[in-house]
Design a protein around this ligand. Structure first.
Ligand SMILES: Cc1cc2nc3c(=O)[nH]c(=O)nc-3n(C[C@H](O)[C@H](O)[C@H](O)COP(=O)(O)OP(=O)(O)OC[C@H]3O[C@@H](n4cnc5c(N)ncnc54)[C@H](O)[C@@H]3O)c2cc1C
Length: 385
């Protein structure tokens, strides 16, 4: 039997075409490196196309993650021109349901308003004026972040991967699973399930929630866990428009930016009902490219890979909560799915290099769409060949 030959040489090979992988490949190609992106499916089908498409610096705490969110917002804006994919520039509203929450948000608007992430407190009437689908009886006001963005992630990735595959200078290999990555004498050697062999100077392994195929021994020792989220699509027979992306008041007790603000105001907002907490429910409502409503989500954490079955109990909890927030919607479910991501429990990101040339990146949790492109630009910026 002849020895394997590594005929295809690249500067950089990226494994996994989700948001982390696709943007590492994009920035590598932009730096002029000969780049190959390898994806198990025809185009990515996992977390990166199962989410709300929210790009929300507003939810990030001050510091490096907020900076990465700002950088990502710019990158998406550039790309949306290249791809001809519209970004929704309508911003985000975080709702207050109680007077206590309204006071908290008002205070936050006065103390944490910066030019890159302006925030405006809206009273109940102003909140409804911006978003007529909201229930006036539910809303005591909102914090409005006009510079947050949103897009339909399925539409975006369809166009982005098509552009990478057919137009850009990056090579794209779909329907291909990488089964081994090894350090050779002076190159990284990559083998695929169908027996093809590639060589590269550097490889980025961005395999999302698949911690079992490549380097399972490293992930076993890590501080990663899985999170499974449930999502719904609702019909929109009356062709209504959401004026903004909407977050329920539960967000104020979940997202780092709001937890940071609670600490600085020295207050602790009342937590939601126990059942809502048990399922990690936080209500978001956005719209996809067909203006159907995207409603979610729940968070179930585990140390083992979760199944992909959907819970009727979680679905009804999500719908019941959302029914209080919205009017004029028919709540007819036309699709349901779950998504799974990994999360590094303390650092909020798992980055590990084996030697100087094999880089594992996952565990970005629920902020991958918001911050992934900026993180990828940073990593590729540090690369020297
Ligand atoms: C329901 C839901 C809602 C969310 N909403 C938002 C949001 O609105 N805003 C936000 O900022 N974040 C959101 N997130 C988080 C965000 O989606 C994730 O952080 C992000 O998608 C993770 O990207 P990734 O590239 O690490 O993983 P993935 O998207 O899972 O991509 C990994 C890819 O690697 C491929 N792969 C794995 N192993 C191999 C292999 N051996 N060979 C070849 N290919 C391989 C897989 O096929 C997959 O395509 C949400 C997540 C979920 C699940």
């Amino acid at each position: 039997m002849s020895a394997p030959s590594y005929q295809s040489n690249y500067d950089v090979i990226v494994i996994g075409g989700g948001v982390l992988g696709a943007f590492h490949a994009y920035h590598s190609m932009r730096r002029g490196f000969k780049t190959l992106l390898i994806e198990r499916d025809r185009s990515p089908l996992r977390a990166s196309v199962r989410n709300f498409g929210l790009i929300i610096p507003s939810a990030m705490p001050e510091g490096i993650w907020r900076e990465r969110a700002f950088a990502s917002r710019e990158i998406y804006s550039e790309l949306s021109d290249i791809l001809g994919i519209p970004l929704r520039h309508s911003g985000t509203q975080y709702l207050a349901h109680t007077e206590e929450e309204a006071r908290f948000l008002k205070h936050m608007s006065q103390t944490q308003n910066d030019d890159h992430c302006p925030a405006e407190f809206l009273n109940s009437e102003q909140t409804i004026n911006l978003n007529s689908c909201l229930n006036p009886a539910f809303c005591k006001g909102s914090l409005y972040f006009p510079r947050d963005l949103q897009f339909d992630p399925r539409e975006f990735f369809r166009a982005f991967i098509n552009w990478i595959a057919n137009i850009s200078d990056c090579d794209y290999l779909p329907n291909t699973t990488v089964v081994s990555v090894e350090q050779g004498n002076d190159q990284i050697r990559i083998k695929t399930a169908d027996g093809n062999l590639f060589q590269a100077q550097h490889t980025f392994v961005c395999s999302g929630a698949d911690l079992q195929t490549l380097f399972p021994e490293i992930y076993t020792e890590s501080n990663l866990h899985y999170c499974k989220l449930q999502m719904l699509k609702l019909s929109n027979p009356e062709n209504r428009k959401l004026g903004t992306s909407i977050a329920s008041p539960i967000a104020l007790t979940r997202y780092p930016a709001f937890l940071q603000a609670q600490r600085s105001q020295d207050i602790s907002l009342t937590l939601p009902d126990q059942k809502i907490q048990d399922h990690g429910i936080q209500i978001w409502m956005t719209q996809n490219a067909n203006d159907e409503f995207i409603l979610g989500d729940s968070h179930s954490y585990s140390d083992e890979p979760p199944d992909e079955f959907l819970s009727a109990e979680i679905e009804s909890q999500i719908i019941n909560y959302a029914r209080n927030m919205f009017v004029h919607l028919d709540f007819q479910v036309i699709d349901r799915w779950c998504g799974i991501y990994t999360e590094e429990k303390s650092a909020g990101l798992f980055q590990h290099s084996r030697g100087d040339h094999i880089h594992l990146i996952t565990g970005i949790g629920g902020k991958g769409m918001t911050t992934g492109p900026g993180l990828a630009k940073e990593n590729i910026g540090h690369l020297s060949l």
